[in-house]
Write a protein that binds this ligand. Structure first.
Ligand code: G6P
Length: 462
């Protein structure tokens, strides 16, 4: 058997990897490295230490890279057939599991688990199997493999069968659904998901609340956790990276341009999100509208800087949501705008440097998701904001567990309550605001990505 083992001592598996490729007009491939907690976490170990990241080819560029044998050290991209990936990613992961954990269904008519769902589920199984097989092939004897997120819930169980010698972890970056909601899934599928995850030695969650919800599902549906441990690792923002990156020249440039758009002497309410249903962008805009309607003293004196970047545009419901965000922003500008004042500055083209510029200018950060695993924006803005910011934070974000005490907390469905919270936040005196922001920044950076990852690795290595 020994000859069939691979060389990697530490493996990470995720749908989206650290690099993506684009085919340029001249036919050359251009590699783009992504950011995010997992990227900096794994790079703290690196390929030299035998770390390998198994991820999926996601677009034509990635597939072309796999075909040409182009790649990076420490990354293995799996070229699963495009239709299988589409069913697994769009059909099951993003339209079913994401919806269940974020409780996004319009339940009078959704979900519908029919033959089409069963067909897509078979692709989800095949997709998970491709990952399990690649990990089994690459892992050294006794290696540690940490599988990421709802795209790959079946991998731990499949990998356990192929390679009982491995230490297997799984980390959920999403919330976990409460039992009654999780049971929307057909019984056999719910059970398969739980048993798949319980194939791991250890399951990581972002907050105690999500870990407890998972445990409750296991107790109700499969008789408990068996021998699997759970652990909570509240991923934090990377203070060093953010402080440095936010003072580079491109961010200064974006800041100057944003200042022009905002206008002299005005307060800013900043939000930066993927255009994601669970982020609750529309109710945020409606709350801002209500603030302007009920507190006319803020007119001309505040601007809502809202960045809503494209996400999951293969799904019609996301395309509709994007259009709705644009429509409501336009309506607020139409209703209240004046010759010299645009109440909402909405940008929809992804631009990280501009996001950091907005963070620097933020007086108030609006983070009002209906449900969110953590929400790193809540942790990042206080680190970067120049004058300190007041955080308006949904109690349904994982970040609430760590930041709730120093934030202005909202029920994300309560638009009037959110409008009032925006008023409260804008009215906090500068000294108090700076103090609160400092405490938020400290709490939000307590577990930076590299340590977050190492903590899990150590726990698995025992
Ligand atoms: C969430 C998920 C991640 C995912 C990210 C972006 O944070 O937990 O796994 O990568 O959203 O979504 P996308 O579908 O573009 O990968």
């Amino acid at each position: 058997m020994a000859s069939s083992f691979g060389a990697a001592q530490v493996l990470v598996a995720s749908n989206r990897g650290p690099v993506s490729y684009e085919v340029r007009e001249d036919g050359s491939l251009h590699a783009k490295r992504g950011g995010g907690g997992l990227v900096s976490g794994l790079s703290s170990i690196g390929p030299d230490a035998g770390a390998l990241w198994v991820c999926s080819a996601l677009g034509d560029g990635d597939r072309e890279a796999v075909r040409r044998g182009v790649g990076e050290d420490g990354v293995r991209m799996l070229d699963v057939p495009a239709d299988v990936h589409a069913d697994a990613y769009n059909g099951i992961a993003n339209s079913v599991l994401w919806f269940v954990h974020h409780m996004l269904y319009q339940t009078p008519v959704e979900p519908v688990f029919d033959a089409e769902f069963r067909r897509q589920w078979a692709s989800y199984e095949a997709y998970n199997r491709a990952f399990a097989e690649a990990l089994a092939e690459e892992a050294a004897e006794g290696a540690v493999a940490i599988v990421q997120d709802y795209h790959l819930t079946l991998v731990p169980g499949m990998l356990r069968e192929l390679r009982p010698d491995l230490r297997i972890g799984h980390f959920s970056h999403t919330p976990w659904a409460p039992v009654d909601y999780f049971r929307l899934l057909p019984d056999d599928i719910a059970e398969q998901v739980l048993r798949g995850m319980l194939g791991a030695d250890r399951l990581g969650f972002l907050t105690r609340r999500w870990a407890d919800a998972f445990t409750a599902c296991c107790e109700a549906l499969v008789g408990g956790l068996g021998g699997t441990e759970t652990g909570v690792h509240g991923l934090g923002a990377d203070a060093d990276f953010l402080r440095k990156r936010s003072h580079e020249a491109d961010v200064d440039e974006r800041m100057a341009a944003l200042r022009e758009e905002i206008g002299e002497g005005r307060r800013t309410i900043v939000r930066v999100d993927r255009t994601e249903l669970s982020k609750n962008i529309v109710r945020g805009l409606l709350a801002y509208r209500e603030l302007l309607a009920t507190r006319p003293e803020w007119r001309e004196r505040v601007v809502h800087v809202a960045f809503a970047y494209p996400s999951r545009q293969d799904l019609a419901v996301y395309r509709d949501y994007t259009a709705e965000v644009q429509r409501v922003a336009d309506a607020v500008n139409e209703e209240f705008g004046t010759a010299g004042w645009t109440p909402v500055v909405l940008h929809v083209k992804d631009d990280f440097a501009r996001s950091l510029a907005a963070y620097r200018l933020a007086d108030v950060a609006l983070v009002n998701p209906v449900r969110d695993g953590m929400n790193l924006v809540a942790k990042e803005v206080p680190v970067v904001s120049e004058e300190g910011c007041v955080l308006v934070l949904s109690r349904e974000a994982g970040a609430y567990e760590e930041l709730g005490e120093d934030a202005v907390v909202v029920n994300p469905y309560d638009v009037s309550g959110t409008a009032e919270a925006l008023h409260t936040a804008l009215s906090v005196p500068p000294a108090e605001r700076a103090e609160r922001s400092k405490r938020l920044a400290a709490a939000g950076t307590a577990l930076p990505p590299a340590r977050w990852f190492l903590e899990q690795l150590r726990a698995l290595q025992g």
